[in-house]
Write a protein that binds this ligand. Structure first.
Ligand code: ADP
Ligand SMILES: N[C@@H](CCOP(=O)(O)O)C(=O)O
Length: 293
């Protein structure tokens, strides 16, 4: 048996739609795999009652097929599905690492990125890699057609998860099909600023670089209380706030000393909008770890 831990991730970071991602140091999925003649799936943990055990509809089934590695796969969900925190990607990355180890396939973490992205295609219709790349490799990642670039960034974060479900598939339908040149120039400038901030481990620069005028405004409308939560977090000291992934989680960047205040302000603002929520005081973290080889 092989056991692995794969972290939650936050994709896009506002200005880097379908490109940027970070691994979070918590929460995480734990996945155990054992060799079998055909793939079967067992689920426990947060939101597991909403996730199919049918290998054709669970992301780990697609990963097992891509690696030709049938197994009994036990998933203990720490990352709630439809959270905007890369729930499906955590399981995809975990299965890719665990099955690669179990069947001794010898693929590198970089080579496992397109394999794990096959799992994402099952749920969102597209094999986007911006969650699976940081889930596998850790840190801040830039995923493009050419491959993945990583930065071992260390930035404090608050991820606030409301009790609302937004599926990635639905949130992709509201993405505008075009953008003005002004909005594009603004967003590219912010994305470049964010990337420099990650390299310098500068939370103020990362926060300033999150602003996006293209995708986030449409996505924000799917999250009850988003604008109030964003304002509250900025007032409490966050340097930047945006939709995490496809939502509904809201991601704030701040100095480590301000995390508790920012988390409290976000929870209070969701509460005022009559939305229950929980906040993870977290930071950019490591990728998938093998716990039991
Ligand atoms: N192993 C899995 N973990 C989480 N979600 C899964 C898994 N397999 C299939 N799903 C489905 O994927 C969807 C959640 O994925 P997604 O919408 O991308 O959420 P998130 O934003 O948390 O990644 C749900 O419909 C869920 O049933
Ligand atoms: N780039 C994707 C990221 C989806 O992230 P998730 O955590 O919501 O699955 C998108 O924005 O659609």
């Amino acid at each position: 048996m092989v056991t692995v831990r794969a972290p939650a991730t936050s994709a896009n970071l506002g200005s880097g739609f379908d490109v940027f991602g970070v691994a979070l140091d918590r929460p995480a999925d734990i996945v155990h795999v054992e060799r079998a003649d055909r793939t079967t799936i067992e689920l426990t943990g947060v939101g597991s009652q909403y996730i199919p055990t049918d290998p054709d509809r669970n992301v780990v089934g697609a990963v097992a097929e891509a690696l030709d590695a049938p197994a009994h796969i036990r998933i203990d969900k720490g990352v709630r599905p439809s959270s905007g925190l890369g729930s499906s990607a955590a399981s995809s990355a975990a299965a890719a690492v665990a099955l690669n180890e179990l069947y001794d396939r010898g693929l590198s973490r970089e080579e496992l990125v397109p394999v794990a992205a096959e799992g994402e295609a099952v749920v969102s219709g597209e094999a986007h890699a911006d969650n699976v790349a940081p889930a596998l490799l850790g840190g801040f990642t830039v995923a493009t057609d050419e491959g993945v670039t990583t930065v071992d960034a260390d930035i404090p974060l608050v991820a606030c998860l409301p009790e609302i479900a937004v599926s990635t598939r639905d949130a992709r339908r509201v993405v505008p099909s075009d953008a003005s040149i002004e909005d594009m120039v603004h967003t590219v400038g912010r994305a470049a600023t964010l990337a420099v901030g990650m390299c310098r481990r500068d939370a103020d620069l990362v926060g300033a670089g999150m602003d996006d005028r293209v995708v986030t405004p449409a996505r924000a409308e799917l999250i009850n209380g988003y604008h109030e939560v964003r304002e509250a977090a900025l007032d409490a000291g966050a340097s930047g706030v945006t939709v995490s992934g496809a939502g509904p989680s809201v991601l704030g960047v701040c100095q480590a000393a301000d995390r508790t205040r920012v988390a409290g302000a976000m929870l209070e603002a969701f509460d005022e909008a009559e939305v229950n929520a929980r906040a993870y005081k977290t930071r950019v973290g490591r990728g998938t770890e093998v716990l039991e080889p």
